[in-house]
Design a protein around this ligand. Structure first.
Ligand code: BG6
Length: 520
């Protein structure tokens, strides 16, 4: 498809511009700030989506003056954008740094004084957006201390909101505890739990595709769908995050959050409106309808793997256990695949195969909806061969788009059927697609939680995956968090060469049902 047709709804930027606010980022000397948050602010500012009256306060433990902090940000911006300096001339005037200890009440009292001064000087009023980009162990304490010094949910001088990065807990118990502690200070509608996949345009388009078109939703059920595959494949390895990943693994890093979010959007019931809670209610209902995996079913339907040395993109790469920060006998999974069932009216009997892994052949996130074949072949006496299933593939990233695969008659005297593709590429939109963080920061500043995960949603996802952590012996002990060497060695940890498509056992999971993974 070459042309994008008429717009059916215009999102005027003026009405999406938030009211004046101060953004307070905890963990401001870290990686996320430099790689994602500063570029997001840059883009918002460039598009006129930051209010005139706006201030940024960076909080971190490192001793640093305002000027050093500012020049670090400016440097980052220069690397990221050619016209970084022009944007900086405006933004730079509104930036301050605050050195603080995340568990010291005195630091938070100092922050109150700074905020009051900044708000007065810039004429901002009292809207405050706190962003936690710190190590997750600090989240609850920061929220509590914000509450203790009057910066929490009861603040009357404007709004007070808190944005929290993943991981939100390490299992069901810790997620519940974190939720409970945060909710003693902030009401649910003031808490914005980030899953950056929800900020991606193509992820948002899953619901638009399903619900804005009359032709697909009638097919979106057990009568027409044979099975669904969802894959988040990465070609990258650990990118210097060995210590984090050892304790996390693919299940905590990708499955509990990003992959289950994709599954919810693909499989949920249509909400009556695009209202925040209407959407999230349906996602939660879907998560609750996924059949829990336990005992034998868990052993048979969940595969974990770990990469060994191989080649990615023509380059030799080391195995996981040779990476820096990784134990030589690590039991951490870098790949996992599962077969899930959704026990509801729409999906009874339709398997959902999901997988995610690092160091796979190619970066590719896709949803493949595989339809049942035509019920009867009128061509059976023509030598046309077996009729193939139709596939609808949502290409989430990269090469964002949608493809529909169907059979067509090959030109010639005989009836010969060939599989062909009808495809739509996001590239055909002239407009630039905003980065996930840009969109999410904007939504938090606007106070719209639709693209953030609600308490019960996070807990439902953890409820589903915690039995898997337990079966793998990867839950934390009273002595500490489960590191790489910890694990139940009776559960196979299947090796796969870097650059391949995962372990043979994951292929067998589908072959057992007479199916195959789609090759991205
Ligand atoms: C993060 C994970 O949440 O998502 C990373 O911690 C992963 O391990 C990343 O690489 C993938 O995000 P994206 O947007 O590149 O698909």
């Amino acid at each position: 498809m070459d042309q994008v047709g008429a717009e059916t709804g215009v999102e005027g930027s003026a009405e999406r511009r938030p009211a004046p606010f101060t953004l307070v980022i905890f963990g401001a000397s870290g990686d996320l700030m430099r790689r994602k948050l500063v570029p997001a602010l840059y883009s918002l500012d460039k598009k006129g989506l930051l209010p005139e009256r706006f201030a940024l306060v960076g909080v971190a433990r490192r001793p640093m003056g305002d000027e050093a902090f500012k020049s670090g940000l400016q440097e980052g911006l220069r690397q990221f954008a050619a016209d970084g300096d022009a944007v900086w001339n405006r933004l730079g005037k509104q930036v301050s740094y605050f050195q603080g200890n995340y568990s010291d009440r005195g630091s938070f009292e100092g922050l109150v004084a700074l905020l009051e001064r900044v708000e007065r000087e810039q004429g901002i009023g009292g809207n405050r957006l706190f962003y936690l980009a710190t190590p997750p162990e600090a989240y609850a304490t920061i929220a509590e201390l914000l509450g203790a010094v009057g910066l929490g949910g009861d603040w009357k001088g404007g709004y007070s909101r808190i944005v929290v990065e993943k991981p939100f807990g390490r299992d069901l118990a810790t997620a519940r505890e974190l939720n409970a502690r945060m909710q003693r200070v902030f009401r649910e509608e003031q808490i914005f739990r980030i899953d950056h996949y929800l900020g991606k345009e193509t992820v948002q388009n899953i619901l638009v595709f399903r619900l804005a078109n009359g032709i697909f939703e009638p097919l979106w059920n057990r009568q027409y769908v044979d099975h669904v595959q969802i894959s988040i494949a990465e070609d990258i390895g650990l990118e210097g995050r060995g210590l984090y990943y050892e304790e996390s693994g693919a299940l905590r890093d990708m499955m509990q959050n990003h992959l289950l979010q994709l599954l919810s959007l693909v499989a949920m019931e249509p909400p009556a409106s695009f209202d925040t809670n209407a959407v999230r209610d349906e996602k939660v209902k879907l998560l609750h309808a996924i059949r829990p995996l336990e005992g034998q079913a868990l052993r048979e339907n969940v595969i974990r793997g770990q990469y060994v040395a191989g080649r990615v993109g023509g380059k030799a790469v080391p195995g996981y256990r040779e990476e820096s920060g990784v134990a030589p006998d690590s039991q951490t999974e870098t790949y996992m695949a599962m077969k899930l069932h959704i026990d509801n009216w729409r999906w009874a009997g339709v398997p959902f195969y999901v997988r995610t892994g690092k160091r796979l052949g190619k970066r590719s996130t896709e949803v493949d909806v595989v339809f049942r074949p035509a019920p009867h072949s009128a061509f059976r006496n023509t030598g046309a061969g077996v009729l193939e299933a139709n596939h609808l593939v949502l290409h989430i990233q990269p090469d964002e788009g949608i493809g529909l695969r169907f059979g067509a008659k090959q030109p010639g005297p005989a009836i010969k059927i060939q599989e062909v593709d009808m495809s739509f590429s996001y590239g055909s939109f002239q407009a630039q697609r905003p980065e996930a963080y840009e969109r999410l920061l904007l939504e938090a500043a606007l106070g719209d939680s639709t693209l953030f995960t609600r308490r019960d949603e996070v807990e439902a996802a953890w409820a589903l995956v915690t039995p898997i952590l337990e079966a793998w012996g990867r839950t934390d002990t009273p002595e500490g968090v489960a590191g790489g060497s910890v694990g139940n060695r009776d559960v196979p940890l299947c090796p796969y060469p870097a650059g391949s498509w995962g372990p043979a056992e994951a292929d067998a999971l589908l072959e057992r049902d007479g199916r195959q993974w789609r090759k991205p």
